[in-house]
Design a binder for this molecule. Structure first.
Ligand code: FPP
Length: 235
């Protein structure tokens, strides 16, 4: 692709629904778990490519609260195993290369070993941060909003003091900038309970490609598409 990304209007924050891992595996006659493994490889490549483009934050949907509830135990424990392995290999390598990793979502309900990894990730200090990677795990957008409401009530906040900034601060994203661009792979045109509050003004990009096939050139294509959109925030 010859078109160049305009460097001063690169989205600062992109959010990705990494869909299509199992269909990718099935299309190749592989077990579904291989699709998630290939998905983790794709993630590492995309984070590196995003940092090179000047993107500052990437938020990915790794596992929704609905996935955990609805999918076969075996598949979910396979994904947790992949996360453990991915933490000791890919994530530690990324963190060594200046990627600040954070985990968004409900910690309770996750296996103890994953909770421990989350704690370790949260206390790791990254020198020379190049990009931030938020991994949404046991995440649900409605639950996130519900928890924010509960916390505000528990804090006894005065109704007149409630504003968008305060709600922002009570979300898992805790006041981070909102994603300007959401990418969903795998062909479905929906948000699936991902970042419901934060995506109010995001540009939404959908591609039929399965997540493991989504590479740096595809990311560039999505960013070029974003740059061709007129963002007017209701004007
Ligand atoms: C959606 O595809 C993908 C998932 C539910 C899991 C995504 C998890 C990873 C890519 C692992 C991330 C790893 C690290 C180390 C952070 P799907 O299973 O819904 O695919 P389908 O639409 O083809 O059924």
């Amino acid at each position: 692709m010859s078109k160049k990304v305009i460097t001063d209007s690169v989205p600062q924050h992109i959010a990705i629904v990494m869909d299509g891992n199992r269909r990718w595996a099935r299309s190749k006659g592989l077990p579904e778990g291989k699709g998630h493994e290939a998905g983790a490889d794709a993630l590492e490549m995309i984070v590196e490519a995003a940092a090179k483009l000047g993107i500052k934050t990437v938020t990915v949907y790794a596992l929704s609260t609905e996935n955990i509830r609805e999918r076969a135990r075996r598949e979910i424990s396979g994904i947790f195993k992949l996360l453990r392995k991915g933490y000791n290999t890919k994530l530690k390598r990324m963190m060594g290369n200046g990627v600040r990793v954070d985990i968004l979502g409900e910690r309770s309900g996750l296996p103890k070993v994953i909770q421990k990894i989350i704690e370790e990730i949260k206390k790791t200090y990254i020198k020379n941060e190049s990009i931030k990677l938020n991994i949404a795990l046991n995440y649900g957008g409605r639950k996130e909003l519900m928890n924010a409401v509960k916390d505000l009530i528990k804090e006894g906040i005065d109704v007149d003091k409630i504003n968008e900034t305060i709600i922002d601060k009570h979300l898992y994203t805790n006041g981070q900038s909102n994603p300007e661009l959401v990418i969903r792979t795998g062909g479905h045109i929906r948000l699936s309970n991902f970042l419901l509050w934060q995506t109010a003004y995001s540009e939404l990009y959908f591609t039929k490609k399965f997540w493991p096939d989504f590479g740096p050139q595809d990311l560039k294509k999505a960013v070029l598409w974003y740059q061709s959109q007129q963002r007017n925030f209701g004007k």
